[in-house]
Write a protein that binds this ligand. Structure first.
Ligand SMILES: Cc1cc2nc3c(=O)[nH]c(=O)nc-3n(C[C@H](O)[C@H](O)[C@H](O)COP(=O)(O)O)c2cc1C
Length: 195
C-alpha cells in the first residue's frame, strides 16, 4: 500500500475478531516508533505489550470502555520526560508529549499497513493503569491501543475539517496566498493597454 492510501485507510476499530495476531507483527509496528524524531535525540518512550487476559480486562475497566477487553493484545505507550526536561526544562515536558504523539501516528500507520487494527484510547484513569502495570509515578501513560483483526468495517466517515477552514497564509486568519486584488489590478491594466 502506498503512504497516501495507508493514511486514508486508517480507522479507529472497536470490534475485533477472536483470531490472535502474531505478536512479531506487532513488534515490527512497535519497532517503527524508534524512528520518530526526538528533541535533541532524547528517546523518551517506553512500551508495554500486554496479552495477559486478566490485565486486559482490568485495563478495559480503567478506561471504562468494554471493547478493549475483546482485544488479544493491548499496547500501552508511556513516556519518561526526565531526559527532555533535563535538556530543555519546562519545554522538555511539551517535547516529550509531542514525541509520543508523533510516534503514535507512525504506530497507527504501521498497524494499518500490517492488516491489523486498533483504536487510540486516551481516556482512562491514570492511577489505575499504573497500578495494574506497575508503572512508576514519574512516568506518563500516554495512551493504550487494543490490537487485533478488524471484525467489521467502521461506518464511512466524512473527513474532518476542510483545509479551507484550517489553513492561513503569512498571518493568522489570512486566507489568501497573495494579495490577489493588487495582482489582478495590474493584470487587467496590462490587458487594457494591449487593447
Ligand atoms: C488523543 C485521542 C484520544 C482518543 N481517545 C479515545 C478513547 O478513549 N476511546 C475511543 O473509543 N476512541 C478514542 N480516540 C479515537 C477517536 O475517537 C477517533 O480517532 C475519531 O473518532 C476519528 O475516527 P477515526 O480514527 O476512525 O478517523 C481518541 C483519539 C485521539 C487522537
Amino acid at each position: 500500500m502506498d503512504l497516501d492510501k495507508i493514511i486514508k485507510n486508517r480507522r479507529s476499530v472497536r470490534k475485533f475478531k477472536s483470531k490472535k495476531p502474531d505478536w512479531r507483527d506487532i513488534l515490527d509496528c512497535i519497532d517503527s516508533m524508534r524512528h520518530t524524531p526526538m528533541a535533541g535525540g532524547n528517546f523518551t518512550l517506553k512500551f508495554i505489550l500486554v496479552d495477559d487476559k486478566e490485565k486486559i480486562e482490568k485495563l478495559s475497566e480503567a478506561a471504562q470502555q468494554d471493547f478493549i477487553s475483546q482485544a488479544q493484545y493491548v499496547l500501552v505507550v508511556c513516556s519518561n520526560p526526565s531526559r527532555t526536561v533535563n535538556a530543555y526544562e519546562k519545554r522538555g515536558e511539551t517535547y516529550c508529549r509531542h514525541q509520543a504523539g508523533a510516534a503514535i501516528q507512525t504506530l497507527l500507520l504501521k498497524i494499518t499497513e500490517a492488516g491489523l487494527a486498533t483504536c487510540w484510547v486516551g481516556h482512562f484513569i491514570d492511577e489505575q493503569v499504573k497500578r495494574i502495570l506497575r508503572i512508576p509515578e514519574n512516568i506518563n501513560v500516554e495512551a493504550m491501543f487494543p490490537i487485533g483483526y478488524e471484525l467489521k468495517k467502521p461506518v464511512t466517515r466524512k473527513v474532518k475539517s476542510d483545509l479551507d477552514t484550517a489553513l492561513y497564509f503569512n498571518e493568522y486568519k489570512n486566507k489568501k496566498m497573495r494579495k490577489i486584488r493588487k495582482l489582478e489590478g495590474k493584470r487587467t491594466g496590462r490587458l487594457k493597454d494591449k487593447k
